[in-house]
Design a binder for this molecule. Structure first.
Ligand code: ZN
Length: 436
């Protein structure tokens, strides 16, 4: 396999470049990589593992067969460049995503973004698009938190943000720490351990990540792709206790009850009302209480629950909304505590900041989608992605979602190759703008 025509400086984009094989190439890569990483169900590509390295090796060989240049960066991520892009130290922009997966996960989470980036680069080189800022593909390691309890390890390492605590976390099967696993993949750990960035942020002109949507919106709306406006941050309480008083379900009248389940339910319904109001005013918020329980050792059908524990998670693109919502939560707790004579006890909140994506990039994606005859729509991302780390480091960052059925982090993820190829069409147009 080789690329025709070779890239020529100053050449004009050729719309007629033959791209009819892109779907076939994508199918081949997905099938070959799935075969490298099988599990009882789905695929497993652990972060900083030999399977992950073999996946990068495979992609590297594939890219080289197309005449593209490849190398590993100091974080042992794979970089793929156009044939004429011979100065790795020169400023550049990246399209990319991660290659690791959750245990027994789907084949598209992460990998779809790397494949789309690679196909975009192949298309641009074929059409002879001049690239004043070289576009490179970045295939990142270590994004999934399932392995070491930390997410975005590959991109955090690039920006010197992997702290000592993260590096000393053990793998889920107890087999060594993150630092051990990184060292085993060949990374020289001194700079990472010293918290030094591995890249010159100034030289990264843009980062664009395509990712499968992990929620149901694109399927429901029948949109093949969407621009992502921002990545939600969150505030989380793993365990909140509501303490009331246990009693006989038949003997205690309503006015003397201190029912922890009723109090907690009221709290959640009040927060749901606030959520609806915030949304009506155009605010972005999602709210979940995924754990909600009474003590199984003591609870009974005929016992007024004296205690209830629950988790509380709010996510928003806007840190102001998150802060305001936390205030509302506390004030509603005080009211319910008075009215129902209970007590809410909160654990320490864990927070992560929202990441704002570059408005110009969102715009460019919407325009490109229109030009490709696709719906030009934008939605926030509820899940975190490497793109958030690039955005937080100050790199102009964009994201494209591609339609995907059956959710994510499971073997049933389902993306149509046709949708991926449509997204590559969008990415080609965006890339032409960005590389000028
Ligand atoms: Zn992912």
């Amino acid at each position: 396999m080789s690329l025709t025509p070779p890239i020529a400086a100053g050449a004009r984009p050729v719309e007629t470049a033959d791209l009819s094989d892109l779907a076939g190439l994508a199918e081949k890569i997905f099938a070959d990589v799935a075969a490298l990483s099988p599990d009882v169900l789905g695929v497993s590509r652990p972060a900083y593992s030999t399977v992950e390295t073999e996946t990068l090796d495979y992609l590297e060989t594939f890219a080289r067969e197309f005449g593209l240049r490849t190398w590993r960066d100091t974080g042992e991520n794979l970089v793929i460049a156009a044939p004429g892009d011979t100065s790795p130290e020169a400023p550049c922009g990246y399209f990319g995503s991660h290659v690791d997966s959750v245990p027994q996960g789907g084949n598209f989470d992460g990998l779809a973004g790397v494949v789309a980036a690679l196909l975009t680069l192949i298309a641009l080189v074929r059409e002879g698009a001049p690239m004043r800022v070289p576009l490179r593909v970045l295939a990142l390691r270590g994004e999934e938190s399932a392995w070491f309890g930390n997410a975005y390890m590959g991109s955090q390492a690039l920006f010197g943000r992997l702290g000592e605590k993260a590096l000393s976390t053990r793998r889920r099967d107890g087999r060594g720490t993150l630092a051990d696993a990184m060292r085993e993949t060949g990374i020289a750990m001194e700079r990472i351990e010293a918290g030094e960035p591995l890249v010159d942020t100034e030289k990264i002109r843009f980062f664009l990540e395509l990712h499968i949507e992990q929620g149901p919106v694109l399927v429901e709306r029948q949109w093949p792709v969407a621009a992502v406006t921002g990545i939600r941050g969150n505030v989380r309480h793993r365990e909140v206790q509501c303490i009331g008083q246990a009693g006989h379900s038949g003997a205690v009248p309503r006015w003397l009850r201190r029912d922890a389940v009723f109090a907690t339910s009221e709290l959640i319904m009040r927060m749901d009302d606030h959520w609806a109001t915030i949304q009506q005013h155009g605010g972005d918020l999602v709210l979940t209480a995924g754990i909600f329980q009474t003590d199984p050792a003591r609870h009974a059908m005929s016992r007024i629950p004296g205690e209830c524990t629950f988790s509380f998670e709010a996510r928003s693109q806007d840190s102001g909304t998150l802060r305001a919502f936390e205030e509302l939560l506390k004030s509603e707790c005080r009211i319910i505590e008075r009215e129902r004579r209970v007590k809410f006890v909160f654990d320490e909140a864990v927070r992560s900041d929202p990441a704002e994506l570059d408005p110009a990039m969102v715009d460019a994606i919407l325009k490109a989608a229109s030009a490709e005859g696709l719906p030009a729509e934008a939605i926030p991302s509820g899940a975190g992605h490497d793109a958030a780390i690039f955005a937080q480091a100050g790199v102009p960052t964009g994201m494209i979602f591609v339609r995907n059925r059956n959710g994510s982090h499971n073997p049933d993820e389902h993306m149509e190759i046709e949708d991926l190829v449509a997204a590559v069409g969008v990415m080609r147009r965006v890339a032409r703008d960005l590389t000028q």
